[in-house]
Ligand binder design. Structure first.
Ligand code: DON
Length: 326
């Protein structure tokens, strides 16, 4: 009886999701693909998909949930965790701060305005390139290997790189190169410019689907505990720091708006992915009391670099299912 009720609830949630995905897909023409990275310009604007995973393994999927896309800036959360695991939190925080900027993700302005030029947070490009240089190993391959091993532990398979996206960005990454040279000059970059850039751009080119990022979101929701492996894979302190950064800086210069009107930790990427999570809350009456991870893909992005249809869909879910943490 209990199981039947549960299945009924899941069926109902899936029906709602299908309806909302279809509705918000129609707004895709108001956004654009991230064509400043030529290979990302080819994405199908009308796609929108979502996967939600609960700690007991229940999954609801809807729309284009299965489409592969590149992690882009969502990788910044994972590389930050990897750097904390290898160098320790205090070492990392001596090189990258935890303050939101209110500026675009690739902005250079604060590096020069605030001395000594420490990147404001690991979720903007300046911070993430610095973090890439801190990963353990003498070569880009070794640094990436450390990251791939952590991701493999999280999603259960070794990640692969989308070479076309990597090449496309490697050839056009003038702004990121400028940031990296600046960081090298101020002493924050711990490897050579081209090496840090290779690590950073390859981590951005890791291919995932919404199920993968929903699972990573779920692990963070559970403070670093992997519910399938039944193992603490990220220390609670690091997971909590990552979640605080997602909430305050994860949606770039739209993070305040997102916190106010969606109210859950989330991280976006310009390819159209959003990794979000809902912590457990026994006070929440409507849904997902045990918490959940949410993965979204919608390549129509807004002026901040966030998935336009993805944010609309998340806003709707948060309202309907009372998901805000506030
Ligand atoms: O460095 C870049 O510009 C991209 N590889 C990643 C930027 C990104 O995903 C920003 N996101 N919303």
């Amino acid at each position: 009886m209990i199981n039947e009720d549960k299945t009924q609830i899941e069926r109902q949630r899936k029906a709602y999701l299908d309806e909302w995905v279809t509705h918000y897909r129609s707004y895709a023409t108001k956004g654009q693909t991230a064509n400043y990275i030529p290979a990302l310009g080819k994405a199908d604007l009308s796609q929108l998909g979502i996967c939600i995973i609960e700690p007991n393994g229940t999954m609801i999927k809807s729309g284009d949930w299965e489409v592969s896309f590149t992690l882009q800036s969502i990788s910044k959360v994972i590389s930050f965790i990897a750097a904390c695991l290898s160098c320790g939190i205090s070492y990392v925080l001596e090189r990258v701060d935890v303050e939101p900027t209110g500026d675009a993700f690739n902005s250079i302005i604060r590096l020069e305005m605030h001395k000594p030029g420490k990147p404001f947070n690991p979720m903007i490009n300046a911070g993430a390139i610095t973090i890439a240089s801190l990963l353990p190993g003498e070569s880009p391959q070794k640094k990436l290997e450390f990251l791939y091993t952590l991701i493999e532990k999280m999603i259960g398979r070794r990640p692969t790189i989308n070479e076309e996206v990597f090449r496309s960005e490697w050839q056009t990454s003038y702004r990121n190169r400028a940031l990296a040279y600046y960081l090298k000059e101020t002493g924050f970059l711990e490897s050579e410019v081209e090496e840090a850039l290779e690590v950073y751009l390859k981590q951005c080119s890791i291919e995932v689907n919404t199920e993968d990022i929903a699972l990573i979101g779920l692990i963070l929701s559970l403070d670093g505990y992997h519910p399938i492996r039944k193992e603490q894979i990220v220390p609670k302190k690091v997971a909590r720091l990552a979640k605080a950064l997602m909430l305050t800086c994860g949606m770039y210069n739209s993070s305040g708006n997102f916190a106010a009107f969606v109210g859950v930790p989330a991280k976006s990427g310009v390819s159209g992915g959003i990794m979000a999570l809902v912590p457990s809350s026994f006070g929440r009456e409507l849904a997902f009391q045990g918490g959940c991870g949410i993965g979204i893909y919608g390549p129509a992005i807004d002026e901040f670099g966030n998935s336009l249809t993805g944010v609309m869909l998340l806003k709707h879910l948060a309202q309907e299912w009372d998901l805000s943490i506030f």
